[in-house]
Design a protein around this ligand. Structure first.
Ligand code: COS
Length: 383
């Protein structure tokens, strides 16, 4: 694996950094307090190509490789994880599900809109009673002539109240994971309702919702993939989603490193900068190590995707390590800041609040460990 970035990758990273420093970093605390980013930033991000990365040009995207995608997610995570989530769910989870499993008509209909963010998508997998055990979901879709009628409830859905289309996973037969089918549901369909969940610990700038489907009728042409293929679509898409989460976590660790170094070199105690104290350097060294290790796992995984090799376990490792590293790094960065790190004058408290969910969503740390353990031992802990 070549660890050097191409000039194009470096250029995109610089463009993304510059844009986010101007358009996101000065506002992120306010968005956090408002519990909503200013959605006016979405078309600007789309113009730069954030939503079109890895979506082919023929479908209105900008194409690009997964290392570039990871760099973009890292920059978004460094600036504001709420923004990273909007992109990775809409064009990542939803867009890639359509790209890899949609009919030509579905790709032509949805991908150009998702790639330019003229429409946003949300990913409706998790339910009140099925988080880790996603294969047991209970929302159901019943065939009625040429249509399907959907009933059920989804929980913790990023973009839920902002999305124009919801990728909904619903049960079409009682066969566990093999009885799940995916549907592209317009959110203005009668019987569809999204209610925002307020009061989250972090990711406050991002809309997270509960979805209610009460007799939502969609034509069979809204079915994504074959009947019974929905769980595999969800799992395959989540492998790439985990790479995006891990990349965003690298951005959090990087942001913590920069904030901790800046504070430690400015702040004086006992007549000298606190950076000169060995115990402060110990904290900073740990953050720096976490940044390098997490980034290398992310790039290794992105490189596997780009080379068309299996990457599921590499994605689990990157997501597991990077998300735990993000929490650890934010804690260490707060420690460097002392009391100043506990309030919103510096970004580190927000980094910690935002990082905390990363070890939970798109597969908890425990699920990632069991996936890695299953790959290493050949023994399936889930049966
Ligand atoms: N890609 C493609 N197919 C996959 C897959 C993947 N990554 N993982 C599993 N599958 C397929 C399997 O090959 C199997 O196919 P067959 O029916 O042909 O044998 C099928 O899906 C069922 O797989 P498995 O038996 O592993 O299903 P389980 O119910 O045991 O899955 C885990 C267990 C825990 C791995 C799964 O439910 C999981 O990842 N849970 C976490 C869910 C999650 O991340 N939720 C967050 C939602 S987004 S915030």
């Amino acid at each position: 694996m070549d660890l050097s970035l191409t000039p194009e990758q470096e250029a995109f990273r610089a463009l993304a950094r510059d844009f986010l420093e101007r358009e996101a970093v000065p506002h992120r605390m306010q968005w956090d307090h408002d519990e909503s980013v200013d959605l006016a930033i979405v078309p600007k991000m789309a113009e730069l190509g954030f939503f079109g990365l890895t979506i082919p040009e023929e479908y209105g995207g900008v194409g690009g490789d997964y290392v570039t995608y990871s760099l973009a997610m890292e920059e978004l995570g460094r600036a504001d994880s709420a923004l990273r989530g909007i992109v990775s769910v809409s064009s990542g989870l939803v867009g890639k599900s359509i790209l890899f499993h949609g009919t030509e008509e579905q790709k032509q209909e949805w991908l150009p809109q998702l790639a330019t963010a003229s429409k946003l998508g949300c990913f409706g997998l998790t339910e009140p009673d099925t988080g880790s055990d996603a294969g047991n979901l209970t929302s159901r879709a019943t065939r009625d002539g040429d249509d399907w009628v959907l009933h059920g409830q989804k929980l913790f859905i990023t973009n839920g109240t902002w999305a124009d289309v919801a990728l909904v996973f619903a049960r079409t037969s009682p066969d566990g994971p093999r009885g799940v089918t995916a549907f592209l549901v317009p959110t203005d369909a009668p019987g569809f309702e999204a209610r925002e969940i307020k009061g989250k610990l972090g990711l406050r700038g991002q809309a997270t919702a509960e979805l209610f489907l009460d007799g939502v009728r969609v034509p069979d042409s809204a079915r994504l993939g074959e009947v019974g293929q929905g769980f595999k679509i969800a799992m395959g898409t989540l492998d790439k989603g985990r790479l995006a989460v891990a990349s965003g976590c690298v951005g959090i660790v990087q942001g913590c490193l920069e904030a901790a170094v800046a504070y430690a070199t400015e702040r004086t105690q006992f007549g000298r900068p606190i950076a000169s104290f060995q115990l402060v350097q110990d904290l900073i060294a740990d953050i720096s190590l976490d940044a390098d290790a997490a980034r290398l796992l992310v790039w290794r995984c992105a490189d596997l995707v780009d080379r068309g090799e299996p990457y599921g376990v590499a994605a689990s490792k990157a997501k597991l390590f990077a998300s735990e590293a993000a929490v650890r790094a934010a804690n260490n960065a707060i420690q460097v800041h002392g009391g100043a790190g506990y309030v919103d004058d510096y970004p580190v408290a927000k980094y910690l609040r935002d990082a905390r969910v990363m070890t939970l969503y798109e597969g908890t740390s425990q699920i990632q460990k069991l996936l890695i353990g299953r790959a290493e031992t050949g023994v399936n802990a889930f049966v």
